[in-house]
Design a protein around this ligand. Structure first.
Ligand code: AGP
Length: 372
């Protein structure tokens, strides 16, 4: 009903708008006054976490994209080798797992059959399983050794939005907590990022307030057949997520690529007026990657692409090459997906509407996939 949708036309719009609150709620009570993380609720003793020598993340769809970003955060802040794998592939390849492996299963619904089967397989091999889940008491957390709940509230729209942002927050919390418990050389950075996280909901809110040009752009592209998405590092999973949203909602051919792979094939797809969304890393910090992506933008634009550039406020280097420029607030590198994904959600939702598609219930899809 209209009341359930809180005045929005679709649950998806309501859920996109709820993201600042969802993010804040997922952080609530997990950072103490001294700026340290308190994840006692996870109930895996610090002594066990200190012994972990490998992390394996399993998930599907959007949750898998959160897992790809989590891998980068975990390896950077903890130096523990981490791999992220599609839950649907995991148990069919005889993965190497033992008592010192921490498996993280990410699932909004907690009922995804592929993810459940992957975690059962992991536990049979003696690995400890931590679930990151949005649904209290669902099967995946019930069958895991521990759970960190995301507090997104119920997500009704089939296309995941606020659950994704809160999965990212939960992943960062786990990564930072592992770093904190194990005392890596990144201690100062970990403390600084925890401080940034505490105010990240405001950044998400700021992005939401500037989305009208993105909606306008989406409407202008309603008769296109293809949209490509490029990113690097954390921007690569963001590109994949942007493409997934567009497939699900707009039924368009959409693909995400790691921008460094362009020359290895995908650049052949570029033709006159093809919309290409590029997620640009911050010019601060990892500036090497920033400069590489700016040259990628130049390369594709020289071949006719219509460039839709998502870049940090104040990054002027991209201006000459951006046919459309979407600004996002400055964040630490690893946190950028929290702000960079939001315009892509809005973009896909508006394109779906413009194409006359059912936003909350896309064809052929179910909210949770409880069969293999
Ligand atoms: C995303 O928009 C999806 N509809 C889908 O990819 C989803 O993220 C995936 O099926 C996993 O669901 P889960 O988080 O409930 O396990």
């Amino acid at each position: 009903s209209a009341a359930e949708k809180g005045g929005y036309d679709y649950f998806m719009l309501k859920e996109i708008a709820e993201q600042p609150k969802a993010v804040a709620d997922t952080l609530l009570g997990r950072i103490d006054n001294a700026g340290s993380l308190t994840l006692d609720e996870v109930r895996i003793p610090a002594s066990v976490l200190r012994e972990v020598d490998k992390v394996v993340i399993v998930a599907c769809g959007t949750a898998y994209h959160a897992g790809m970003i989590a891998k980068l955060a975990i390896e950077h802040w903890t130096r523990i080798p981490c791999e992220t794998e599609l839950a649907s592939e995991f148990r069919y390849r005889d993965p190497i797992l033992d008592r010192r492996t921490l498996v993280i299963a990410i699932s909004q619904s907690g009922e995804t059959m592929d993810t459940l089967m992957a975690l059962r397989h992991a536990r049979e091999q003696g690995a400890k399983v931590l679930a990151i889940c949005n649904t209290n008491g669902s099967t995946i957390p019930r069958e895991s050794d521990a759970v960190l709940y995301t507090h997104a509230g119920p997500e009704v729209a089939v296309a995941s939005t606020k659950a994704f942002l809160t999965q990212l927050v939960a992943c960062y919390l786990v990564a930072l907590y592992l770093g904190q418990v194990r005392g890596t050389k990144w201690g100062d950075e970990i403390r600084a990022v925890i401080r940034e996280l505490a105010s990240i909901a405001q950044d998400v809110d700021q992005v939401l307030e500037t989305m009208e040009p993105v909606r306008e752009l989406a409407r202008s592209l309603a008769d296109k057949d293809t949209v490509l998405f490029l990113g690097r590092h954390v921007g690569y999973p963001v590109a994949l997520e942007g493409a997934l949203k567009l497939k699900e909602l707009a039924y368009m051919h959409a693909e995400g690529f790691a921008a460094g792979e362009l020359k290895h094939g995908p650049i052949a797809l570029i033709e006159q007026d093809l919309p290409v969304v590029v997620v640009v890393p911050s010019p601060r910090g990892r500036s090497v990657l920033h400069d590489k992506i700016v040259s990628n933008i130049q390369e594709i634009r020289a071949r006719g692409a219509r460039t839709i550039v998502i870049a940090e406020v104040g990054d002027e280097t991209v201006v000459p090459y951006a046919d459309h420029l979407i600004r996002i607030p400055a964040t630490p590198t690893l946190l950028q997906p929290l702000v960079a994904t939001v315009p892509l959600q809005v973009f896909a939702c508006e394109l779906a509407t413009a194409r006359g598609n059912e936003v909350d219930q896309p064809r052929n899809l179910a909210k949770s996939v409880t069969v293999e």
